[in-house]
Design a protein around this ligand. Structure first.
Ligand code: NAD
Length: 468
């Protein structure tokens, strides 16, 4: 039996079955999670629909106040949720706590954002304004890499204009979201937030559910395409935040040590499993040996261990498929002539631990350059001209994040302007904020999260016109 419960219509409900949750530090089952049946999913959407139609969408001030209360409750429970998250995910405790507080920040930001009515005409004959209306029950589907942060960003943006939510976390990390549901159950009115758990089939049922009017999804491109197809038959609105393969261009005037410190920190945070992590580095040939060595030094010094040990800087990969994926891509690169300046394979111990790896001397179009490794392995590739670097950086169907590094800011900015990505940073990577637009170009997203753009995507525009 699982000790965790689903949240449906404001109540803690047991699943009709259960599924195993693995501790990635050991590779062993450590808990079970409740499995949501199709009937329970119907109950969750019915509850979301009731809450939407009756009270939630009608009381804007009440919503704002309750979102603040929800943020306070999460901050107060951060250690408890973080402990669950670290055990099921493997990330260091401090990173788990950051997720909970970061999610609370999203609730506060969205609660405080205004959605003003826009007056279009006001003259002696007519008055016209554009008004933002909520859409209805939202199906929110999250990945395993930042389960709490990503789910709360979705919840905050959906709730603010008056939608209600049915949330499903990844089957690899269900328990922290269920714990979050238990905390928020005490704050939000029944039906406003329902948390279900189950496998990919449950996600598919959500995207086909007749009461779901909007889908907000973060995960892989392959699943995003399936969801877009499922949404089409009912013309559900959707926001899809998908995979990335972020390029980094290091110009020949860059400060190598400063670049190495920031690129290493952002590429290997969260055990290398971040959508907007640097995933391939293009560096001017003259700087390549120094940058490879500076990154390798940091990789060799990284303290590997279980997430619950406060000394740990890098934990295990979250799950077996991901562990196999990074293992396969690094082995493929080495088989094609790449060299490992640090790491190069799994660590010989129980669980899904992979050595922080810096690869160099890759032939062009090695799989780890073209595909998303989503793990602690970073290829560093030399270039001769900036045009060549831009061509290789942009020659992809991904377009999530990108960065350019150099001491001449005008020159670096001019290169940044040519990057094909939803967010482009100069002399940093992965700078995000609830007020910034977060999106990808090409296959990396449909729609935008963050700022007024994100909240507006959880609304329909309505014209209110009065003849005078
Ligand atoms: P995934 O696509 O395998 O799973 C994500 C979620 O979708 C899970 O909850 C899963 O159960 C559910 N799901 C699977 N099949 C489904 C279907 N047919 N219909 C509905 N739901 C379904 O992704 P993942 O492995 O959990 O996450 C890793 C990926 O997420 C990486 O590609 C990463 O880059 C991406 N990601 C993107 C962002 C972003 O903001 N762009 C952020 C984090 C992660």
């Amino acid at each position: 039996m699982s000790e965790h419960t689903l949240t449906i219509n404001g109540e803690g409900i047991a699943g009709t079955a259960s599924f195993d949750v693995i501790d990635p530090s050991t590779g062993e089952v450590f808990a079970t999670a409740p499995e949501t049946s199709a009937e329970q999913l119907d109950d969750a959407f019915a509850a979301a629909q009731r809450a939407f139609k009756t009270s939630w969408r009608k009381d804007e001030d009440g919503r704002r106040a309750l979102m603040h209360k929800a943020a306070d409750a999460l901050d107060a429970s951060a250690d408890q949720i973080a402990a669950v998250l670290t055990t099921e995910h493997g990330k260091p405790l401090a990173e788990s706590a950051f997720e909970v507080h970061g999610g609370a920040m999203w609730l506060r930001y969205c609660a405080d954002l205004d959605l003003p009515r826009e007056v279009l005409k006001d003259n002696e004959n007519e008055y016209a304004e554009a008004v933002r209306r909520p859409i209805g029950p939202v199906a929110a589907i999250s990945p395993w890499n930042y389960p709490i942060y990503i789910s709360l960003a979705k919840i905050a943006q959906a709730l603010r204009p008056g939608n209600t939510v049915v949330l499903k976390p990844s089957p690899f990390t269900p328990l922290s979201s269920l714990a979050m549901g238990e905390v928020l159950r005490g704050v939000l009115p029944a039906g406003v937030l329902n948390v279900v758990s189950g496998g990919n089939e449950l996600g598919a049922l959500m995207t086909q559910h007749p009461l779901a009017r909007k889908i907000t999804f973060t995960g892989s491109i392959a699943t995003g395409k399936r969801i877009a197809a499922a949404a089409a038959s009912d013309l559900k609105r959707m926001t899809l935040e998908l995979g990335g393969n972020d390029p980094v261009i290091v110009l020949d005037d860059a400060d190598v040590e400063a670049v190495a410190t920031k690129v290493y920190a952002t590429a290997f945070a969260n055990n290398g499993q971040t959508c907007i992590a640097p995933k391939r580095v293009y560096v001017a040939e003259a700087l390549k040996p120094a940058l490879v060595e500076a990154l390798a030094e940091r990789a060799r010094a990284t303290r590997i261990g279980v997430g619950t040990d406060p000394e740990t800087e890098q934990g295990p990969q979250n799950n077996l498929p991901q562990y196999k994926r990074v293992t396969e891509l690094v082995a493929d690169a080495l088989a094609h002539g790449a060299k490992a300046a640090a790491g190069g394979g799994p660590i010989d111990r129980p669980g899904y631990f992979f050595a922080p790896t810096i690869l160099t001397d890759l032939p062009e179009h090695t799989r780890i350059e073209d595909e998303e490794q989503f793990g602690p392995a970073l290829p560093v590739i030399g270039y001769r001209t900036v045009d060549e670097a831009l061509e290789r950086a942009n020659n992809t169907t991904f377009g999530l994040g990108a960065s350019v590094w150099g001491t001449n800011i005008d020159r670096a900015t001019a290169v940044a302007e040519q990057m094909e990505a939803g967010q482009v940073w100069t002399n940093t990577h992965n700078a995000i904020d609830p007020s910034f637009p977060f999106a990808g170009q090409k296959w990396s997203s449909i729609g935008v999260e963050g700022g007024h753009w994100g909240i507006e995507s959880f609304t329909e525009v309505q014209l209110q016109y009065r003849a005078k």
